[in-house]
Design a protein around this ligand. Structure first.
Ligand SMILES: Cc1cc2nc3c(=O)[nH]c(=O)nc-3n(C[C@H](O)[C@H](O)[C@H](O)COP(=O)(O)O)c2cc1C
Length: 217
């Protein structure tokens, strides 16, 4: 019997011990751990299960160097054994794509014909008259970053550190990595094993400052 890969950190420790790593050792991440991080990371939720996230997995040193040149020369990009270019795909409103999500749900037994029809009408109108976001880019970014949060916590549960990064020039990354015009780069995520102690914990605002009771403020 194959024993499933088990995390080394529980959920609470993974959350408390995850820090943005600015330096990585060259030690590779075992492929079976990477695959498990990908599998669990994309268990992240999305509206209508549209899953707009796409990830370019960069491991080749020459490509990491090209990416670092688009990322204000931040050294974690070339030090980390794996860097994800985390993208949001705006083509989720296209008919073929919606049909592929319906098929996925039907194959899983989770969607019936009536709900499939609701998806066919509701998804295009969601993006035509967005009720709660300014543009589809905001929507894809919202979902991709949720998946990135999952990835970081799951990675930490397997002892793998990461660094979410918005310090990059999107147009340069898109050109260098063949990313289509309808796809946005939401963040970079170097992953590996931290080589240096993390920066001192910067703290978080107290709960009373960021959670409000019943109405804002
Ligand atoms: C969307 C996003 C973008 C970030 N961009 C960068 C970056 O470009 N370079 C960097 O060194 N850290 C970056 N960080 C890391 C933050 O500085 C770090 O998460 C924050 O200081 C809190 O520290 P902690 O994650 O260790 O708790 C980013 C974090 C987020 C969530």
């Amino acid at each position: 019997m194959i024993t499933p890969l088990q995390p080394t950190h529980n959920l609470k420790d993974s959350i408390e011990q995850r820090r943005a790593a600015r330096s990585f050792s060259p030690a590779p991440i075992p492929e079976e751990i990477l695959q498990e991080i990908w599998r669990l990371g994309v268990r992240s939720p999305s509206g209508f299960n549209l899953q707009p996230w796409r990830f370019v997995v960069v491991k080749e040193q020459a490509n990491k160097e090209r990416l670092r040149a688009c990322a204000f020369d931040q050294r974690q990009v070339t030090e980390a054994p794996v860097v994800l270019i985390c993208c949001g795909d705006r083509r989720v409103n296209q008919t073929d794509y919606i049909e592929s999500v319906i098929k996925l749900g039907k194959d899983a037994g989770a969607i019936n014909d009536a709900f499939a029809d609701i998806m066919r009408s509701s998804i295009p109108s969601l993006f035509k008259n967005p009720p709660c976001f300014d543009s589809i880019e905001v929507w894809t970014n919202r979902h991709t970053m949720l998946a990135v949060a999952h990835l970081m916590i799951v990675a930490k549960s397997f002892g793998v550190d990461s660094c979410p990064m918005e310090g990059f020039v999107s147009t340069q990354v898109k050109e260098a990595f063949n990313i289509p015009p309808e796809v946005d780069v939401c963040c970079l995520l170097p992953m590996g094993y931290a080589a240096e102690p993390f920066k001192l914990y910067g703290g978080r605002f107290p709960i009373e400052q960021v959670f409000y009771s019943e109405s804002f403020g």
